[in-house]
Design a protein around this ligand. Structure first.
Ligand code: GRF
Length: 207
């Protein structure tokens, strides 16, 4: 059974999708051992507690520097020793040290079709940028994490149509419901079943 740590900062709807998928056996061979939040007020913490999952808050404001914060996060991750780390709306940067130590064991979900609308934009700003540009399709991407933002090998992507009547909020809502809550659990399942391999910075799904 793969041990999964989920890192969150906000609403936790993707965390909920993962928990549900595990309960319904749509994620096989995986269990969430710990949820770490960078924000003590994150609703994600309540979701984890409801499901009797261990939680830990590492709040950025309790550390003097980004480096001290990352060192504490690294320590806790090493202590937990997970097989997989899922960034599900985690708003802190993951240090190169963490990325190197957990090489190809950290995945992230980004609410756009990478390489569009990524790198320096996150959250609702992604959907604002999508609407500003007037692209007709958007979606989300699950990818491995490397030292650059939203850059690692892509695991799964799925698109939806942008509607003329969309606001950033309606689009964010639809991308979460129709895309994120599906491709994140699917990717975690593939990982837990050892079905993802990486070659030349690309993933291959072995069926
Ligand atoms: C999601 O849109 C995810 O793609 C992004 O952060 C958001 C987290 O949402 N990385 P939630 O906390 O899972 O509802």
């Amino acid at each position: 059974m793969k041990k999964i740590v989920v890192l969150v900062s906000g609403a936790g709807t993707n965390l909920k999708a993962l928990i549900k998928a595990i309960e319904k056996n749509k994620i096989k061979n995986g269990e969430i051992s710990l949820v770490i939040s960078s924000n003590e007020k994150a609703s994600a913490l309540a979701i984890a507690k409801e499901h009797k999952i261990k939680t830990l808050v590492i709040s950025r404001k309790n550390f003097n520097s980004k480096e001290d914060y990352q060192a504490e996060l690294f320590l806790k991750l090493k202590e937990e020793n997970p097989n997989l780390i899922v960034l599900a709306g985690f708003l802190q940067v993951i240090s190169k040290e963490i990325v190197d130590f957990f090489e190809n064991k950290i995945i992230n979900i980004h609410p756009s079709l990478i390489p569009s609308f990524c790198g320096d934009v996150y959250g609702i700003k992604v959907h604002e940028a999508v609407l500003k540009k007037g692209v007709k399709l958007t979606g989300a991407t699950v990818h491995f994490v490397n030292e650059k933002a939203d850059d690692g090998p892509i695991i799964l992507q799925k698109s939806i149509k942008v509607k003329e009547t969309d606001t950033p909020e309606t689009l964010q809502d639809r991308v979460k419901k129709k895309v994120e809550w599906k491709i994140l659990p699917k990717s975690v399942n593939l990982f837990c079943l050892d079905k993802i391999s990486i070659k030349n910075n690309k993933t291959f799904i072995n069926n």
